[in-house]
Structure formats: structure tokens, C-alpha cells
Ligand binder design. Sequence first.
Ligand SMILES: [Zn+2]
Length: 67
Amino acid sequence: MPAPCPSCKQPLGLDLNFIIKNPVMQCPHCKTVMKWNVNEDIQKELEGVLNELQDIKRKYKGIATFG
Ligand SMILES: [Zn+2]
């Protein structure tokens, strides 16, 4: 990621999080409908990363400020 459109090769500017939430979408350039295969492994991996971020935020609360 970011993944280009498989049909017209235009960059879609999508991140993994968006694709997981929108596994079926239409290319804004050529209107091709795409279906992303988001398997459980990728989904679990993303959840793990997000949880880790939450942990880091908690750990450093009061020391550093995150976005
Ligand atoms: Zn396209």
C-alpha cells in the first residue's frame, strides 16, 4: 500500500485501514469496481498495531503528547 488501480494504474491513495472498512469500492478514475480480499491475518495484524499504539499512548501519557 498505497495500491494503484489494477485497471487504469492510477494511484488510489488508500491506506490499509480504509480498505478493510471498504472492501468493495469504485476507482475514482476509471469507475472499475474493485473487491479487496482482506484476509483475517491482515485484519488481526492491523488490530495488533492499533492496540500497540494505544498502549504506547497510555504509557507515555503526561510525558509526551501524541496527535
Ligand atoms: Zn482505475
